[in-house]
Design a protein around this ligand. Structure first.
Ligand SMILES: [Zn+2]
Length: 104
């Protein structure tokens, strides 16, 4: 294994340069390739969406625990648990997207 390659794991999308930190790559991309950073920001958006999804999943679990502690104890082996969690998550997603529309 080449240690140098391992240290610089963030590869520029537009040229062969690599960077040790995501911030360094971000800075390089905006300076060296202005206007072409849409792919990078798309990646960031996708990461945000994933984090949002995780947050909603955890929130839904907390809500289900309060709503129906017995069902919550059964966990995701029980189909009613899975169904309820899906319903709560959908509600949370709708709530979020509605807020986003109102803000614009
Ligand atoms: Zn570059």
């Amino acid at each position: 294994m080449d240690a140098i390659v391992e240290d610089h794991k963030f590869k520029c999308l537009y040229c062969p340069r690599t960077f040790a930190k995501a911030q360094s790559l971000g800075g390089h991309t905006s300076k060296a390739h202005p206007g072409s950073s849409t792919v990078y920001s798309e990646k960031m958006k996708m990461r945000d969406a994933r984090e949002e999804h995780r947050a909603i999943h955890n929130k839904a679990k907390n809500m289900l625990e309060k709503m129906d502690p017995e069902l919550f104890q059964l966990g995701n082996k029980d189909h009613r648990y899975v169904k309820m969690l899906a319903i709560i998550k959908e509600d949370l997603f709708l709530e979020k997207s509605q807020k986003r529309v109102l803000r614009k």
